[in-house]
Design a protein around this ligand. Structure first.
Ligand code: SAH
Length: 257
């Protein structure tokens, strides 16, 4: 049975980090979509501070740095290698004075209460869980501050068993748009914008992986774990193309009430 294949969470993190480290983004997303979401955020000034949680190598953090006047943009990720690459990327773009990368855990963030004007998180809040992340991170926002996160979401009330079971196993919190918005409101945010990201953010991500798979398999020829990992990634991509009418990534933008 297909659904007995291991899911991504059952693999050694080092494999996952190495596999994704060469990509500008480690999850579905791109510069255009980051800028679109940023368009919903009002009132950022030279004194504002942004936290980008689960920033990876900083693809979207650099976009925030280049397109806001903010004094400080802090990217946090629990992967040392990603933060190392993040710092290099900030230097290349000459953003190192304002865009900082720190190693940290999103479940225990080293921030003060009401530190930030904006909390950003693309393709990462699922690691703590959407509802828990919204609840726990709220205290770090100033009153009237914004949160902008992306999250895998069901588009329909019902869906075929194969895809239901696949995502339920990986991320039991996957839910419908209306339930996610209700969770956001319950956590104390005014929902400002909720919209579906274009299919291309996922197809681009999977196309990049087709090339990555080849070089990765070549490097680790004969390594059964790597081969299984590649098969699991390929299976996820196949399911996306088969069932993309039923789910996808959404942006959820809220304002702390
Ligand atoms: N925002 C980036 C990366 C998304 S991938 C992008 O869109 O390109 C998810 C990221 O969450 C990875 O970089 C992973 O290392 C990070 N992550 C996973 N668990 C975490 C945790 N507990 N604390 C901090 N970061 C975490």
């Amino acid at each position: 049975m297909n659904n007995e294949k291991p899911t991504i969470h059952e693999f050694n993190l080092d494999i996952i980090y190495e596999y994704f480290s060469e990509s500008e983004r480690q999850g579905p997303g791109n510069c255009k979509e980051t800028l679109k979401a940023l368009g919903f955020i009002d009132g950022l000034t030279e004194k504002s501070k942004i936290a980008d949680i689960g920033c990876g190598t900083g693809g979207q953090t650099m976009v925030l740095g280049e397109n806001t006047p903010c004094e400080m943009i802090i990217g946090v990720d629990n992967c040392h290698d990603f933060i190392h690459q993040f710092k290099q990327n900030a230097q290349i773009k000459n953003l190192q004075d304002r865009v900082k990368g720190i190693v940290g855990n999103m479940e225990n963030l080293p921030f003060q209460k009401e530190d930030f004007d904006l909390i950003w998180s693309e393709g990462a809040i699922y690691n703590i869980g959407f509802e828990r992340g919204l609840n726990e991170w709220r205290k770090f926002l100033k009153p009237g501050g914004y949160i902008a996160v992306t999250e895998n979401t069901w588009f329909t009330e019902e869906r075929p068993a194969e895809i239901q079971e696949f995502w339920h196993k990986i991320y039991p919190e996957i839910d419908t748009i209306s339930n996610k918005v209700a969770q956001m409101q319950k956590a104390g945010y005014l929902p400002i914008a909720t919209y579906i990201l274009p299919e291309t953010i996922w197809t681009d991500y999977y196309t990049w992986q087709t090339f990555r798979r080849e070089s990765f398999l070549k490097k680790y020829k004969g390594n059964k774990t790597i081969e299984e990992f590649i098969v699991s990634q390929q299976y996820e991509a196949e399911l996306y193309y088969k069932y993309k009418a039923y789910y996808g990534y959404m942006f959820y933008i809220g304002k702390k009430m």
